[in-house]
Write a protein that binds this ligand. Structure first.
Ligand SMILES: Nc1ncnc2c1ncn2[C@@H]1O[C@H](COP(=O)(O)OP(=O)(O)OP(=O)(O)O)[C@@H](O)[C@H]1O
Length: 688
């Protein structure tokens, strides 16, 4: 096809258009030119004209600064207007465009995929050596701005793999071929200008739809936008995705009642379109939706592409007629090979030329996918399909779209590190408050534990048994605290997927996430330490000076924070609960053995000493012991042994309690930094 595109119409005022009625407008869908008199007797900005040429479609005509924009959209009202050239058509406001919010003008992006190949090594059960499996084979395609590229293919044909490859979820070093974005090789900046809606919905179950979208807006819309504008954008997305009825419903999950699967899918789309990315990739955006909702979502995506000039790539299964009409270009994959790329209308001719005639009741995609299975059953079936496509490809070449230069979209984060930390902390706080049962349960556990220990070691005497009781109390209390930190694991693992998705798309810095998580939990840990100290300290009858009590509280608080960050670190390494939980149990059990309580440091064989120094129990245990005995100088406990002698006997006389607290802080900081590194690595190689 050749001819001018809409955007090539020169910059005319509306009056000029009316005067120069003979300016031809090329309509790509109908492959013909219309005169302005025919299509556009009177045009108001952002108006819908009941299309006189089609009973099914409306043309949304809008006269923008530099070009006349014409969008074809399915008509909701099937009214036919018989219109003669020169007649004044009925003009209605454009549905779903009521918001005055203007999206920023952005640079248009054209993606050009050339011979993209992705192979993995797979091990067959029976075979010893690994076999190479080709997931993408010489895929060549392009996605243009202002258009929706529909990627089709039978299950397992490589649709998700292709999107993952573009989204940077597959290490580029494992890919052969080229992906060009506006003529330049794709790089890490692409993540920031693109949005990727994956197949699975990773959302916070306790946040409502509106809250979910608002948090996404606060993280991903530019800082320069006011709160009111962000709210307005959220409301617009809610409206466009048909989520108004459930805007205040919690997302929910298997345990908490919430949205239906289709609504959840739409929220996932909302989260990734809220910042209006220049390139939007969606894996099965309509899965789980009824036909009306699916059409609504697709209309929205088509609008994003057409009206805002964004590039949309999506995978779909069995699109209906109406959905297919909203897709401008198609790519059909079979076993990682392209068997068709071009407009879907051309697909009918392409396959009828091959000798396949489409029955009336089927969409072309449905028919092709059904036929492909039969073709694949034949000898060399796939090879023939691919070969036929390659032979005819040159004939299918569509006209070149010239990418319009416009305002560049910055490739940095939309918000500052400070804003990200605040927003993420606020979101975590809401989640903690909404799971108050978990917090209350842990609080009760602390109180009951403190009471049981306090009543067991009640009023320890200053004698030999009293020394033993104090040792046992400190050791057991620390075990109770540190083993209990495992409770942080399940909520973190549930959140981990969301974190990976969000950072993968460049929503915020990994460091902002780690810092916010680290800070928001501290007040809660402090409350636990206070409850425990308040109940058990006096009951056990420990040294009653203010400084000793405060130090005791400080040690437990820092121990809790250190243990919490360690548990989260392990959650960063292991994505599943069982291996992470098992590792933590084993780690805490072994390091508890080396704490110095069961066997003194001086008695530990040299080759095991390193475990003693790594033990998270060692530092708080020694600090607590020293704190207790050093506050009672000269007190004779038994056999003429005073506090100092006891410390010498227990090999604790060398302890510097503040150095131990310092070591705990260092461990806490190291675990947090390691967590940052692990999450950063996981986010960058999410698919492998
Ligand atoms: N790491 C991997 N190792 C081996 N095979 C893999 C790997 N990742 C994906 N595959 C295989 O690659 C093929 C393509 O997978 P992909 O998820 O891209 O298919 P799809 O077209 O999106 O399927 P669906 O429509 O069912 O989502 C499948 O056969 C899948 O099993």
């Amino acid at each position: 096809m050749s001819g001018p595109t809409y955007s090539s119409i020169p910059s005319y005022s509306r009056e000029q258009y009316c005067r120069e009625a003979s300016v031809p407008i090329y309509n790509r869908e109908y492959s013909r030119e219309y005169s302005l008199t025919e299509a556009l007797p009177v045009v108001d900005d952002d108006a819908v004209l009941e299309n006189p040429m089609s009973p099914i479609f409306q043309y949304s005509l809008s006269l923008k600064q530099n070009a006349l924009e014409i969008e074809r959209r399915p008509s909701r009202v099937r009214t036919m207007t018989s219109m003669q050239p020169g007649d004044r058509p009925e003009v209605q406001p454009l549905a779903g465009k009521s918001s005055p919010l203007r999206l920023p003008k952005r640079r248009a992006f054209e993606i050009c995929i050339q011979n993209l190949t992705y192979k993995v090594k797979v091990k067959e059960k029976a075979q010893k050596v690994k076999r190479e499996k080709t997931l993408l084979n010489q895929v060549t395609a392009d996605a243009r701005h202002g258009e929706v590229l529909g990627i089709f293919g039978p299950s397992g044909s490589g649709k998700t793999t292709l999107l993952d490859a573009l989204a940077g979820r597959i290490d580029r070093r494992c890919l052969e071929g080229t992906v060009l974005v506006n003529g330049k090789p794709i790089d890490h900046k692409f993540k920031r200008i693109s949005g990727y809606v994956m197949q699975d919905d990773s959302l916070f179950p306790l946040l409502t739809v509106r809250e979910t979208l608002l948090f996404s807006a606060r993280l991903r819309l530019r800082e320069s936008m006011t709160q009111a504008e962000k709210l307005e954008r959220v409301e617009l997305v809610i409206q466009q995705l048909g989520l108004s009825v459930c805007a205040n419903t919690p997302i929910g999950n298997d345990e908490i009642r919430g949205l239906s699967g289709g609504e959840r899918r739409r929220v996932s789309i909302g989260v990734d379109v809220i910042h209006d990315p220049s390139v939007l990739m969606l894996d099965e955006p309509t899965s789980g939706l009824d036909s009306a909702s699916a059409l609504q979502v697709m209309e929205h995506l088509s609008t994003i592409a057409k009206q805002h000039g964004r590039t949309v790539l999506l995978t779909l299964h069995q699109p209906s007629y109406s959905i297919l009409e909203l897709i401008h270009n198609t790519l059909v994959l079979v076993q990682g090979n392209v068997i068709y790329h071009g407009p879907h209308v051309g697909m009918i001719n392409f396959y009828s030329d091959m000798g396949y005639n489409m029955p009336e009741h089927m969409t072309v995609v449905e028919y092709i996918l059904e036929s492909v299975n039969k073709i694949l059953d034949r000898p060399k079936g796939l090879h023939k399909l691919v070969e036929y496509y390659h032979d005819t490809r040159s004939q299918l070449k569509d006209e070149q779209i010239i990418v319009q230069p416009a305002v560049d979209q910055p490739s940095t984060y939309a918000t500052t590190f400070f804003t990200q930390t605040v927003v993420l902390a606020e979101r975590s706080l809401i989640n903690i408050i909404r799971t108050k049962q978990v917090f209350i349960a842990r609080l009760i556990m602390m109180a009951v534990g403190a009471f049981v220990m306090g009543s067991l070691f009640i009023r320890c005497k200053h004698n030999e048994i009293g020394v033993r009781q104090r040792q046992s109390f400190f050791a057991f209390a620390l075990a109770f605290f540190l083993f209990g930190a495992n409770q942080a694991l399940p909520p973190f693992l549930a959140e981990r997927k969301i974190f990976i998705r969000e950072t993968d798309r460049g929503a915020y810095h990994t460091s902002a996430y780690v810092l916010s998580g680290c800070l928001i939990i501290l007040p809660f840990l402090f409350v636990f330490a206070i409850i425990f100290t308040g109940i058990s300290y006096a009951m056990v009858g420990l040294e009653a000076s203010v400084s000793a009590i405060c130090f005791f509280l400080l040690v437990f608080f820092v121990a809790l924070a250190m243990a919490h960050s360690f548990v989260i670190l392990i959650g960063g390494f292991f994505p599943a609960l069982v291996p992470a939980g098992n590792f933590l149990e084993a780690f805490f059990s072994i390091t508890f053995l080396f704490s110095g309580f069961f066997i003194q440091r001086t008695a530990i064989p040299k080759y095991w000493l390193w475990v003693h120094y790594l033990s998270p129990f060692k530092y708080p245990y020694e600090a607590l012991m020293y704190n207790e005995f050093s506050h009672l100088p000269g007190l004779v406990w038994f056999d003429d042994l005073d506090s100092q002698d006891i410390l010498v006997r227990l090999a604790l006389d060398h302890v510097n309690p503040w150095r131990n607290v310092g070591m705990m802080v260092v461990l806490w900081g190291s675990f947090t930094i390691l967590l940052y590194c692990v999450l950063k690595l996981k986010a960058s190689t999410a698919r492998h």
